[in-house]
Every structure is written in C-alpha cells, then in structure tokens.
Ligand binder design. Structure first.
Ligand code: ZN
Length: 387
C-alpha cells in the first residue's frame, strides 16, 4: 500500500484532503490510490440530502451531523453545488464557519463546485464518497443544492436520499414533483414550525408517496433524532420506499432487461447537445474514452440515457461508422441481470458475440453483439457491478 493510502486508512485528515483534491482534479495518480483503497470501502452509509433552494438543507445537514456525532459516528459531508459558477461560494462560506466552530476531526467537510464545466461532477462525487468510506467514515452525507438534472445524478450516488421540503412552497412542489421527488427514500418537512407543514404532508399522501415523512426544525434540532432513525431503518437493498403506490402494479420485474442507453454517433457533439438540450435533457457527464478514441456526452432520459459519441481521431471506430453509415443510431445498450448467463445463451443460439465480457470504467461488465444477429443494430449488453 502506498504511504498516502496507509495514512488515509489511519485517519490522517491532511492526507485525506490531499487525495480528495487529486480526485477532484482527476489526477491519474490520485485515482490509482483510490483504486488501491477500494477493498476498504463498503462500510459507510451514504446519505443524500437534496431539495429546492431555501429549504434549509445546510442547517439540516449540520444538525444531522451533530446528532450522529453524539452517537459516536464519524462523518464526511460532501457539499456539492453544480450551480456555483453562478451563485458564488455560498456553501463554502457556510462550511468554513461550521468547521471553525466545531473544530471536530470527526466531521470532515468538503465543498465541491463545478470548475467551468458540468461534466464529471457526479463521478467525482461518487469517487469522493468511496474515498470517505475507505477512510473509515461511518456516514457520508452528500448535500446538493437545487433540484435540476445534475443534482439528481449526484443524488443517485447515495444509498438513502432525503428530500427536504418546506411549508409554503405551493407551486414549487408541483414543479419539482416530476424530478427529484421520485428519488426520495425519506421526506423531511423542514421549518415545520411554520404554518402549512401538515398541508405538505397531506399533499405527499395525496400524490401517493408512501414512505417516511419526518417533520424537522433544523435550527432547533427538532425531529433530527427521528430523521436519523428513518435513515437507519431505510435499507438500500430494498426498492425505493417512496415509489408511489400507484406505480406498484406497473413496476418492472427486477430480472427483466431494460434499456440502459442509446449510443448515437454524431459529427459535432456541440450541435447535438444543443438539440437535445432544447428538448429539456441535460448533459450529466462528458468524457473522452482514450482507448476507443471517442468523446462521449451522457444525457439522462428517464431511467435510461442517451450517449452522444463523437470521434476524436480518424481511426476511431466511430469515425469509421460515420464514414460508412453517416450519423445515426450507433448502438443500443441493454442492461441484463446476469451478463455471463446471457452470453452463454446467445452463443448457444449461434449469435455473433464480438468478444468476451470486458470491464468498463464504472466497474460494469459489457459485451457487444454483431448487428447481423440482432436485427441490424450493434447491441451492447451491460451488467452493473455487483458490489
Ligand atoms: Zn454504449
């Protein structure tokens, strides 16, 4: 084990800060150390706290952290603000204040903001959460600002997501309902000493949300113990507990394959992104896959996503595709529960599986099947990593 990795395992805060910075900057050496720390992960409870601006999330996170400290738990707080290009360092200021105030090594606080581009923030958040886990933190709290697509991507890193609402939001509840509400495992109605808290709860019931609803007054520490209890009893392995009652009949069986993404080969990433953004989609991640000589923009769309692929060199497979076929659907990716079983079945049926299953960047395994076997489109089969 490298010295830095060992120091992080021993609880050295400075070493932890240093590696966190390296990971945020996507420094290859830092990412290598993170891989080295991988076996030490899997113990932390990763909690997402999200909700609209003005809901008092920071105060709630602070109160939650203090309650967990009272119970002897160590905590990392990742405050992520995808919009901080615009809003400035508000979170950072808060955090510095809190850190000075408590000066408690049991609470490690890290503010993350986009530096110019949106791409990769969700991935960096996921990596930092794993780092904090490896460093022995009992709880990793990911606090996001706002309710946009990026926040949803970031929130999906968490095992348990608390959506913070406040009384008097009125139409705001309607506005955010279609998005972030659906990823909630727990609702916290903060500032519940204000008029209208019960109405928010009634509305949630009326909408069919069936999950823990906790009333809190974060500034006074009220309801925080109840919130901790709700978090503790929420099990990551179970289906999202807030899924609406009305969905239950329609939920797909867990073993059924689903469309993971559609890969579209394009000449210009910028032009295509502009088109899809005009439809209300947003780029959650953007990266260059050096091995494949392709630049990828990922746009989540419901439970799946669109991946725009542009070649970075003339010898890129995507460049060859564009030359031969022109821009268009490059591949369809299906998520399957058991990739190896699927591959054996395909081979037994004589399908042209192009290679043995490979491991991708996110730890998932994948394989490609030739269009000749699939009805004319390159098919990618994916299985999420099982850890
Ligand atoms: Zn793909």
């Amino acid at each position: 084990m490298t010295q830095l990795a060992r120091r992080i395992r021993e609880g050295d805060i400075r070493a932890l800060s240093r590696l966190a910075t390296g990971i945020e900057n996507r420094d290859p050496q830092a990412l290598e150390i993170l891989r080295e720390l991988e076996p030490a992960t899997g113990h932390a409870r990763i909690v997402g706290i999200t909700g609209p601006p003005g809901a008092g999330k920071s105060t709630l996170v602070d109160a939650l952290a203090l309650e967990l400290r009272k119970r002897g738990k160590s905590i990392a707080i990742l405050a992520v603000d995808p919009s901080s290009r615009i809003s400035g360092g508000a979170i950072l200021g808060d955090r510095i204040r809190m850190q000075q105030h408590h000066a408690d090594p049991g609470i490690f606080i890290r503010s993350m903001a986009t530096r110019g581009t949106m791409g990769g923030l969700a991935r960096a958040t996921a990596d930092l959460a794993r780092l904090m886990d490896a460093a022995g933190r009992d709880f990793v709290i990911i606090e996001t600002v706002g309710v946009g697509q990026d926040e949803m991507e970031i929130a999906s890193v968490a095992q348990v997501t608390v959506v913070v609402l406040v009384p008097g939001m009125g139409d705001d509840v309607q506005a955010i309902k279609a998005g972030i509400m659906e990823i909630a495992d727990i609702f916290a109605i903060n500032k519940s000493d204000h008029a209208g808290a019960d109405r928010v709860e009634l509305e949630l019931h009326a909408e069919g949300f069936a999950c823990p609803i906790v009333h809190t007054v974060a500034t006074e520490g009220k309801g925080i113990a109840e919130l901790v209890a709700a978090i503790e009893s929420s099990r990551a392995a179970t289906a999202r507990s807030c899924e609406r009652n009305s969905w239950q009949g329609k939920a797909p069986a867990p073993q059924m394959p689903s469309i993971d993404h559609l890969g579209i080969a394009v000449q210009s990433l910028e032009d295509s992104i502009a088109f899809y953004e005009s439809l209300g989609l947003a780029v959650a991640d953007r990266e260059i896959v050096t091995g494949e000589k392709v630049e990828v923009a990922i746009l989540p769309a419901g439970g799946s996503r669109i991946e725009l692929l542009a070649p970075t060199g003339a010898d890129s497979p995507v460049a060859k595709f564009l030359e031969k076929r022109g821009p268009g659907l490059h591949h369809v990716a299906l998520r399957v529960p058991d990739l190896n079983a699927a591959v054996s079945r395909l081979k037994a049926n004589g399908a042209r599986v192009l290679h043995e299953p490979r491991t991708g960047a996110g730890g998932h395994i994948y394989v490609f099947v030739h269009p000749a076997s699939t009805g004319g489109v390159l098919l990618e089969l994916i299985q999420e990593s099982t850890n």
